[in-house]
Design a protein. Structure first.
Length: 481
């Protein structure tokens, strides 16, 4: 099928390349001319595993081309709208890019078009889109509007396209449903087309959920809000663990072993970020208000998340007292590993707070430094974790990149000014760090390396007593000066 994808960002470019890979003829368009120029010269505007080769191969075969939105709209029978829907000041989604694409479709396209809303939008947007296309239609355009929410995760977006948990189609006409089934047929029926695994995960039938457009739109916002809720929930429980002297790793394992709950998204930390959860949660709260529904549950999910940054900074302050003049190594800037995306990344918010208190920051991220530089000048960007740790008073782990899990602690012990690791992602093994003389502070777990004297004065706010079962101190743990 001749398909057009409008918006060549994380969602649009991935969708375009994957649709080309499964055999469609795809035109990918963007109104950012620099981005188009880059793509046309074989460069990707962002990092996503496996996408580079997929784009190059399909561009070389001629199945994937990059062009202007107008040309893409003129030529595509199915038009995927994948433009950004960033938050407005009020928290509502800004739909101006969607509206602008709709106007171009209405004024440019002729014959029949299937207009597919893939961007994340508030419920009832497809209805508005339909009305808008009808009002601005000047060429007797015949069209359907479909909601096809996107669930890809940055960092595993290509794999997610070929092995989705489900495909949701919100449509109001049999013709639209039939076209959507045709578009996704290779993924629904033959996962062997996957270009990234030599052995794909066991073949299972991909659930195809066909519904009305309002329900499809709600599936997306409700899914992201639920996942955000799970993260805030486990962060609350982690706080309780910390206060009561329990271990969140074991508590999460115990909770998640219940099949009704599951293990995923039970990792405590510095909170969720990225271009989806924070903005989609806010937008869903505003949608609830507009619909007259009580969404206070979700407001609290957001509040808990916002507090994570301040709580982490308080941990740093607790260990280092005054931050002015201290050197802090930050490992990880992206909002999650395997991406260069720093939009709404908690690491950046933490860095800003630490800078405001007068700390000097030396940061390293395997992929996200270029993007972070635009948002966060005034810190030193380093070429390796060890370079960042040079003469640092503490190493702060803020993104769970695999390479931060087991670095050469012996080498690092020689480099740092003070052997302290504050881990916002619970990535490391406390025993290993203690063995190299590092004090290790993480989230919701007992500390191994507290000096005896400090532990004696430690009081549980819940019981008013010292923790009953103190974990053993490592003999090699270096005491605080
Ligand atoms: N990033 C994710 O992980 C993810 C996952 C699922 C859903 N989504 C949703 O998908 C949508 C896109 O997200 P993204 O991360 O790809 O955003 P992005 O910012 O990476 O990409 C959006 C692209 O749209 C282009 N654009 C904006 N207005 C345009 C216009 N009028 N005409 C043509 N191009 C235009 C921009 O230049 C940009 O390249 C959002 O609604 C987002 O919430 C994102």
């Amino acid at each position: 099928m001749q398909i057009s994808v409008i918006g060549a960002g994380y969602v649009g470019l991935t969708t375009a390349a994957c649709l080309a890979e499964i055999g469609h003829q795809v035109l990918c368009a963007d109104n950012d001319l620099d981005k188009l120029k880059k793509l046309n010269s074989g460069l990707l505007p962002f990092f996503e595993p496996h996408l580079d080769s997929l784009v190059k191969n399909n561009a070389a075969s001629g199945r994937l081309q990059f062009t202007s939105p107008t040309e893409a709209i003129e030529r595509g029978s199915a038009i995927f709208i994948c433009v950004g829907t960033p938050p407005l000041e009020s928290g509502e989604a800004d739909l101006s890019a969607i509206e602008s694409v709709a106007r171009t479709i209405a004024s440019t396209a002729r014959g029949y078009r299937l207009v597919i809303e893939k961007s994340t939008v508030p419920v009832q947007t497809a209805k508005r889109l339909w009305k808008h296309l009808a009002i601005y239609n000047v060429n007797g355009l015949d069209f359907d509007v479909v909601s096809n929410p996107e669930f890809l995760r940055e960092g595993s977006a290509v794999g997610d396209f070929f092995h989705p948990d489900r495909i949701v189609i919100g449509a109001e006409s049999p013709r639209a449903v039939a076209m959507m089934k045709e578009i996704y047929a290779p993924v629904l029926t033959s996962p062997a087309a996957c270009p990234i695994h030599s052995h794909c995960p066991p073949v299972h039938e991909v659930p195809l959920i066909v519904t009305d457009t309002n329900s499809a739109e709600l599936v997306k916002h409700a899914s992201n809000s639920f996942l955000a809720m799970k993260i805030s929930f486990i962060n609350l429980v982690a706080d309780a663990c910390e206060a009561a002297g329990a271990d969140i790793a074991k508590v999460a394992e115990g909770i998640g072993s219940d099949q009704r709950i599951g293990q995923s998204f039970l990792n405590p930390g510095i909170g969720f970020g990225g271009f989806c959860f924070p903005k989609d949660l806010q937008a869903f709260v505003r949608i609830g208000e507009k619909l007259g529904c009580d969404f206070s549950l979700l407001k609290e999910v957001e509040n808990i998340n916002l507090r994570r940054v301040e709580q982490f900074v308080a941990k740093v302050r607790k260990e280092l007292w005054v931050l002015r003049g201290k050197t802090l190594a930050i490992w990880g800037l992206a909002f999650k590993p395997e991406t260069d995306d720093v939009r709404f990344a908690p690491a950046l918010n933490i860095a800003r707070r630490l800078l405001a208190e007068g700390a000097r920051i030396r940061a390293y991220d395997p992929q996200a430094m270029q993007k972070a530089k635009d948002e966060l000048p005034g810190i030193t960007y380093c070429l390796s974790p060890n370079e960042a740790a040079h003469r640092a008073d503490a190493i702060l782990i803020l993104t769970e990149w695999a390479e931060f899990r087991r670095p050469d602690w012996a080498e690092l012990a020689k480099t740092v000014a003070h052997p302290l690791v504050i881990d916002g992602r619970n990535l490391c093994a406390s025993e290993e760090l203690a063995a190299h003389g590092f004090q290790y502070v993480c989230i919701g777990r007992p500390q191994l390396a507290l000096p005896t004297a400090a532990k004696e004065f430690e009081v549980s706010p819940l019981l008013g007593l010292a923790p009953l079962a103190s974990p053993p101190l490592s003999a090699s743990a270096r005491p605080l000066p």
